[in-house]
Design a binder for this molecule. Sequence first.
Ligand SMILES: *[C@@H]1O[C@H](CO)[C@@H](O)[C@H](O)[C@H]1NC(C)=O
Ligand SMILES: *[C@@H]1O[C@H](CO)[C@@H](O)[C@H](O)[C@H]1NC(C)=O
Ligand SMILES: *[C@@H]1O[C@H](CO)[C@@H](O)[C@H](O)[C@H]1NC(C)=O
Ligand SMILES: *[C@@H]1O[C@H](CO)[C@@H](O)[C@H](O)[C@H]1NC(C)=O
Ligand SMILES: *[C@@H]1O[C@H](CO)[C@@H](O)[C@H](O)[C@H]1NC(C)=O
Length: 579
Amino acid sequence: MVMSSFFGFRPSWVVVICIVSLSVLRCASAQQCDPGDSRALLDFKAAFTDPGGLFNSWQPGTNCCTWRGVNCTSSGRVQALQPLAPFPGRGPSPERNPTYGGVVGASLANLTELLVLNLDYVQFNGPIPDSLGQLKKLEDLSLFLNNFTGPLPPSLGGATSLKNLLIDIYGPNFIAPVTPAPIPSSYCALVNLRTLTLRFKTTGTIPACFCKLTQLTILNLNSNNLVGAIPNCIGTSLTQLEQLDLGFNSFTGSIPLTLTSLTKLQFLNLEHNKFSGSIPSQIGNNLVNLVRLNLGSNSLTGPIPSSFGRLTKLEVLVLSFNFLTRIAPELGNLVNLQNLFLDSNRLQGNLPPELGKAGSAAQFGFTFNVSNNGLRGPIPDVCSTGASRSFYAANNFFTGGFPLSLALCSIVDVSNNRLSDPSQIGTVPSNPPVQELRLGNNRFPSGPIPAWLTSLISAGSQTLQVIDISSNSFTGPVPDVIFNLPSVSRLNISRNAFNSVLPTAVTFAPGVRLTGPLPPNSGDFQELFYLDLKNNALTGTVPASVAAIPTLLYLDLSNNQFTGDVPSKRPPPGQEFPP
Ligand SMILES: *[C@@H]1O[C@H](CO)[C@@H](O)[C@H](O)[C@H]1NC(C)=O
Ligand SMILES: *[C@@H]1O[C@H](CO)[C@@H](O)[C@H](O)[C@H]1NC(C)=O
Ligand SMILES: *[C@@H]1O[C@H](CO)[C@@H](O)[C@H](O)[C@H]1NC(C)=O
Ligand SMILES: *[C@@H]1O[C@H](CO)[C@@H](O)[C@H](O)[C@H]1NC(C)=O
Ligand SMILES: *[C@@H]1O[C@H](CO)[C@@H](O)[C@H](O)[C@H]1NC(C)=O
């Protein structure tokens, strides 16, 4: 009896085994695709030229739940469609195969159970279809790097379940042929949005009703053509914001004070706009979670607020290319900074010594740029703390001498200043990490290269790659050590008054890229590309071996007192100088 009923129910037995056994996966993929969804997908496919064969598995009469990029619910409805995601790593790349593409079909509207639609990298032509707005359950829509013509369809505001929306036309070597148009205000109905990225050449202002999108944690409108002021309510309503990126637009007005109350903000980018007025002095009072802040390339005026000193989580602070007038010593509190860019402003006064502490806890180094300002007075010790540091301070009015502690930076650029004190300041560090030493165009008095500079170059001879002491008034012989630097690639001693007899017999190791006239017992330049000796009073003949260097890029011997012919040398193709 038991046996007969057992065998009598054999078909169910097979089904039961299938469900409870290890073949769960096979059973799941064997769900029969809903015929309506199958038709809609085939209709979608039909618009493609598809030479890359992306849709080869999409064949009529087969189960659509097994097709590439299709994922079904247990009842066979399509719930996710992501033909090229995740990318890269597999599948044909539309960038490699640009004829790949089609028009997004209206039939997508029939996939009414869709939760996830990721059409990244699929080179659709034509507009974003209105049908997407009918996908009432859709939570994730990603349209990255397509060939859409625009505009943004207002109908998309109907997809009110959307949590994550990304429409981004900027890829490497690719921008879609979008016609600029405003952001539809209907998108203000997408109140479930957590993340919103729109980079679609949108014009006009941010719709004030965006302030209804109160769940947003990420708002990225970078690289559009947006104008006008940032609505004040962004700062008061979008209280969940962690990332706000409005860079590369044409926003005007001042930075709204309300933005400074977004306590969850970690990333704020307003670079390359037309913001004016001063930075709100309260900026550091509440934005305590800020890690990256970029206000560069605007028209901001006034001092750098001292409240920045409270933003101790900051790793990147960019205020470059504005009209800011004063540095706050409190910036020295920002020990986690990796980048502090204050260059190309109108900064006056001294560089506060406190700045020497900035970035001192940054694990992978710290770059500090105050170039192109009006800073005066002595250069403080800004290179002594923390891991690998770089200090760019060219084009200011710094006076005094060169503190030898600066050689503790791997890059130090103090060119185009008014340094005039030739005396030794501090001691030459042993094995200094300095790779680039730029002291060009200062006001050191006429006389030989100071002993401390020669010692410094000797001490750094294993690491130095760039030396620029051009446009000073150095006289006398060029110290031998300058010609004994195995890693130097750029050597500029032009526009001084060196006079020394250059040797006639010089040997070069195989593979030497370029060299110039060398003293008899010189070392080999292994990496030298640029050698600029012009405007000195150097004498003797130019060694013929200079011309034997296979990859000479730049050699300027002009305006000296060399005798004999200059050996001729043609740069290798494609490497004509200057590069
Ligand atoms: C989409 O659904 C509508 C209404 O059910 C139907 O008329 C239409 O043929 C479907 N389109 C496709 C491509 O399946
Ligand atoms: C299909 O969707 C489910 C639910 O979102 C997910 O867990 C699963 O990983 C998806 N499978 C594939 C192959 O994408
Ligand atoms: C992208 O669209 C433009 C204009 O519609 C068209 O000329 C171009 O061929 C398209 N590119 C691809 C890869 O389909
Ligand atoms: C430093 O600032 C100058 C002037 O704005 C700029 O030209 C240079 O590229 C900057 N360098 C770095 C490394 O930031
Ligand atoms: C050397 O420095 C001078 C100015 O100090 C500059 O004009 C010249 O271009 C520099 N040479 C090279 C090769 O960089």
